[in-house]
Design a protein around this ligand. Sequence first.
Ligand SMILES: [Cu+2]
Length: 711
Amino acid sequence: MASRSHLLLATLANMRRVVLLILIAGALLGGATFVIAHDPADLEFVPNLDRFALTAAYRRGGEVERANLEAELTPIPGADENAVQLVRDIDGDGDPDEIHFHLEVVEIQEEVYPGEFVTFWVFAPLGTAMTSPARLPSPTLRVEEGDIVEITLYNTHYLPHTIHLHGTSQENNMDGVPHMTNEEVQPGHAFTYRFVAGKPGTFWYHCHVQDQIHPSMGLAGMFIIEPNRPNNNFAHLVPGAGRITSMSKATREQYQNEYSLVYMDIDDHLNRIPAAYSDPREIEKRMHRDYDVTQAKSDIFLLNGRSFPFTLRDSPILVKPDEMTKLRVLNVGPRSIFLHTHGHHPTLTDLDGYPVPKDAQITRDVFDVGPGQRADLALRSGSDGYYASGPGVWLVHDHAQPAATNKGINPGGDHTAIIYDGFLGDDGLPKDPAGHASHEPYFNPDYYKGKVPVFDPKIFGTTLENYEKGWPTTPPAGGNFDYPKRDDNLAPLPRLDLIDGERHKPVANSCQTPVRSKQRIVVKAGTAYAKQGEVYAFEPRELHVERCAEVEIVMENTDEVRHDFMIPGLNPIFALNVVGPKTISGSFVTPDEDVTLFLHCHMPAHDKVGMMGKLIVGKGGPMKVISQLALPPVISKSYEGVGTVVGALPRNGRLIVDHEEIKGFMAAMEMSYPVTPQSLLNGLSAGDKIQFTIDGGNSTITSIRVIEYIK
Ligand SMILES: [Cu+2]
């Protein structure tokens, strides 16, 4: 029995704290059976994941319940294990009724279509020391009717923000409207929004600070309240939006599939401002006083944070014949969308989270959804010739013409497709009647720069090389005239991922011989130490250390948010990560050479607004740091790495890998890298041991070989 208890403890330690709490609550209420007394052989079946062996819902439920519980308890790649806390089962019905989300604000850059890198701000689940699961749109949050919901907003950004829950019912002082119900949450501060989830439906949340700008920067996500059912387990936080695989009980009663579709159109001149300037005062002035949203014109049209062709890969609507699919549509953008489903006539079931009465439920092929509105659609698939026209690949798009483009170039925008079973290729792209390779030209960044003719030059009797030769020199009929032209004068912005890659390259190794001295340095971190034009800072900013010394850093984080003290050039990398106000410490060994290393807070954009410094070893040396506003050098050289998969993120084409030192490229660390082609991510699971090739020029993983699959 002693060894069994020991095993049990080990298992519990691996579980999210929550299940333990649910179990204890259940045991106290006398409801759930505490199964410690059971041998695994007593179970009706032997679960393949022993951490679920203790839960009543897992044991009593069917395959779907178990899969949903698994989804609920699966760690979110890149997020802190406490980013979503399922606190307790109050009514003893087998699912948690108190949900606590922990969100921070992260500045990210997303490649929205080939070659177009756009800066966004998003709410993201609390991240870990090395990575963040931040992506566009902000995560889809899901709770159950009657749940006690807490959302703690850690403002890790350099401007004030709030969270406004749109459409749900909450007390006036939880409405998140600055200067009316809640003060803004200042940089470095945290605030917890509390409310009880009311009637079920599709809602959303967004920042209400400077609300002509902040939601359009990405601070918006879907908020779903699910009807109450017993043993209603599902993933409470879905990164980004798109397919919801762990459907709630009530949705499963009527539907086979469920999707959250977040539409958002942006003017990329706005999103350019925080990437083009670094002083937060200047960013404030240009975004909130110079930039006139009343003269803005959307030029990039996003579905779930991407534009075509990436939407095809990231947000396909996958169906089988004779299924019902629930589409939850949210429009975050400043103009109405007109959603057209080719070959299909969905039925409108809910508007703004409230059910449409049965005899008013209209069936159409174009649904208009205004800014801020939600529409829930029931999509029938099959071949009845009335609601559905049969298997294949059917375009789904906003029928407003500009939305069919990427800055005026078609095909682009929020195009996606209803893709029937059997019509999806291994590369994640649809196999349509036009031929599987027909999408290939659109993965070429030059196409969206307007450098490639949209039709085959052959039809004009010419070639690509000769395309602009021999055109008539006569003036146009009727004289010169003007028409709206693409603004293609904008030079590319520095890419944050490349700057990050460059900054984290190893510069010096820790001393390999026994240390010759010991030192202890207290570093304060927070908004309190910022100087003019800064938001966050360390104090002191210059750390003087001996060569080959063991240095203990005591970081006093005086803010209410996370700071990550990191010396990225040191091999092995040294990092301290803590949500404040709190003090932590850790030690590293300095190199045995006179060198100056860059140190920074690893939280995105914190170094940009002041949180950086120098580690001066011995007499020091020249420090090489790539500026946030400079284009990093392009060195195309491949490196080989070995590591363990932390998470494969097919939706944003990235891999989080905990890798060993990659000689000449990167110290041992957990890091997120883009992956090309994205199909390399297929079949990878957290825990797999891999070997990979990474292109040092663009920090992109170009090949992956699995050494050992996790069992
Ligand atoms: Cu920081």
